[in-house]
Design a protein. Structure first.
Length: 118
């Protein structure tokens, strides 16, 4: 995985990528987690956008709650989630000076062109 320009997200030689996977659907979340683990990634999962922000330390408390895990190198999120969409999560992440360089992939099983083009 390519390192970003921010030194906070550069991986050391031999480290494996750490991915935060966000999806409200348990089956989809477990599927993404399994695929990533089979690709030798560390994976942390969150069931919604607010929980992802909490894990990333981007809530009002501002503490990183990864519980000693390394910082994430990439975030994969579902688009359609209740409360906060994947696009809204992306905007919150990109507002953070610390997290804005982390790549975010938004996925969806829906085939709605207006969302795809967003």
């Amino acid at each position: 995985m390519a390192a970003s320009s921010s030194s906070n997200w550069v991986m050391e030689s031999g480290d494996v990528p750490h991915v935060l996977a966000v999806d409200d659907n348990l089956i989809d979340r477990k599927l993404v987690e399994k695929l990533l683990r089979n690709s030798s990634c560390k994976v942390t999962t969150a069931e919604n956008g607010p929980r992802a922000l909490e894990l990333l330390g981007l809530t009002s408390g501002g503490q990183n709650n990864m519980n000693g895990r390394s910082k994430v190198n990439m975030i994969i999120t579902d688009y359609c989630m209740p409360g906060m969409t994947g696009y809204e999560l992306l905007k919150k992440i990109k507002e953070s000076s610390v997290m804005k360089e982390v790549p975010v992939v938004i996925m969806s099983s829906e085939n709605i062109p207006t969302r795809i083009n967003k």
